[in-house]
Design a protein around this ligand. Sequence first.
Ligand code: C2E
Ligand code: MG
Ligand code: MG
Ligand code: MG
Length: 279
Amino acid sequence: EAKQQGGNRHIHFLPQMQRDREATFLFEKHMREALQRQEFYLHYQPQIDLASGRISGVEALARWAGPNGDNPSPEIFINVAESSGLIHPLGDFILHQACAQNRRWQQSGLPPIQVTVNISAKQFAQQDFVDKVLRTLNDTGLAPEWLELEITESAIMANIEEALGTMHRLRQVGVRFAVDDFGTGHSSLNYLRHLALSKLKIDRSFLHEIPGNRDNEKLVFSILALARSFDLQTVAEGIETQEQLNYLQQLDCDLGQGYLFSRPVAPDAIPTLLAKHNS
Ligand code: C2E
Ligand code: MG
Ligand code: MG
Ligand code: MG
């Protein structure tokens, strides 16, 4: 009887699975067309030096202006891009766009800042990833020290040997690496000392109810101590309140990003922000 029920349940779920597959297929189709129509673009969120208040860099964040005026969330379309392989053309576009934009800011006479680009696990694992980055720097004329790549713990842990090689080769020419969403993965801390890292980004979830939430306070404190002992810069993600900022400043967190300073903005809003913070 139980077996029969299980069988029925299975049959019952099939149409739903079919619908999900069709929905995913359609979404991928829309994305492929969107790439051709150049509906993807980047916004940039300043990263603030918490001691001086200056902008040290900006994180490039992908946006999609859909044809019906909708803006699908990057959490969703980056995921679909990863599972469909579209992350390769999309990722290439994002990297090129971010480097070219930073070069344009520098050529327009603005004080130089770093641009940070999110790299997904699949992109990072590409055989020709190092060559691609070097070619992009060459094509856009951006000097390597003004590019930082953000990768997650899981992208590193997926193939630690490969990751080590990739990072060392790019680090050698001056490209920097940050670990994104640090603390949310399931990695061994042992890898920290082997990697060519510059920064840890404390995930936004740890700033929830800071100050006050004792568990989050302990986690933030521990991550900052860990980063310091490995000579890594720390970035707090998602600073929304003055109280959070005060707390992080007290603990000597190096950098911060969040709505308190600025939301991600269009590239033409960056010169004004630089004038306000860096002069
Ligand atoms: P992430 O790399 O951890 O980026 C930080 C996210 O937090 C961004 O969301 C940003 O807009 C948001 N954020 C920043 N400050 C605050 C704040 O004070 N409060 C709140 N509530 N949120 C804040 P966004 O732009 O929606 O991106 C979401 C995620 O999508 C990113 O998380 C990243 O994992 C992925 N993503 C975005 N752009 C790209 C890209 O170009 N390439 C890849 N591979 N992934 C991307
Ligand atoms: Mg990021
Ligand atoms: Mg992050
Ligand atoms: Mg995050």
